[in-house]
Write a protein that binds this ligand. Structure first.
Ligand SMILES: [Mg+2]
Length: 190
């Protein structure tokens, strides 16, 4: 599937130019807008894979818009900057900014930067998912352990037998161990 990019730049010629370069390279333009407020609105509704954001724009500047978007969404942002704006960049550390492109923008600097940003975002997403899964598994194990402890105490059973008892309920009623454990905790440990 084509990656969808939101292009935010107030100079329409520059914006169109960037959009064309991206399309030619096989990306989809989710939308093109010219100010920071619209950028926030469209980022939230369209949830693109990447945002390319100019700094100096009417209504709301690109760094402020990036900060607001980053509080709500995990979308990588590539900043477009004029050389003189570099001093602002330090201020935007909390946003999901993954890179800076210094104007004038050419195909030779735009496309590789976009590809790297998307690749990094993908890797980060995989890590996030793995971490989430690990936490979930750990949480499930804790619940099962707790229920097992309750069974051991209530029925005066050794650990193995308590576990087997739970396993048996899980199998016969075809419910996951975690649910069996939750029921046990609710029933005996309220
Ligand atoms: Mg501008």
């Amino acid at each position: 599937m084509k990656k969808r990019i939101l292009v935010v730049e107030d100079e329409s010629i520059v914006r169109l130019d960037i959009a064309m370069m991206l399309e030619e390279a096989g990306f989809e333009i989710a939308a093109q807008v010219g100010d920071g407020e619209k950028a926030i609105e469209l980022a939230l509704t369209l949830q693109p894979d990447l945002i390319i954001m100019d700094i100096k724009m009417p209504k709301l500047n690109g760094l402020k818009a990036s900060e607001i978007i980053s509080k709500k969404l995990n979308i990588p942002i590539l900043i477009l900057t004029a050389y003189s704006q570099r001093e602002y960049i330090e201020k935007a550390k909390q946003a999901n900014i993954v890179g800076y492109l210094v104007k004038p923008i050419s195909e030779a600097n735009l496309i590789p930067a976009v590809e790297i940003a998307l690749k990094q975002a993908e890797t980060a997403e995989t890590y996030r998912e793995q971490l989430e899964n690990m936490n979930k598994q750990l949480q499930q194990r804790k619940i099962v352990e707790k229920a097992k402890g309750i069974i051991m105490e209530k029925f005066n059973l050794p650990e193995d037998d308590a576990y087997k008892k739970m396993r048996k309920i899980s199998m016969s009623q075809q419910v996951p161990m975690e649910n069996v454990a939750k029921r046990i905790i609710l029933k005996y440990h309220a």
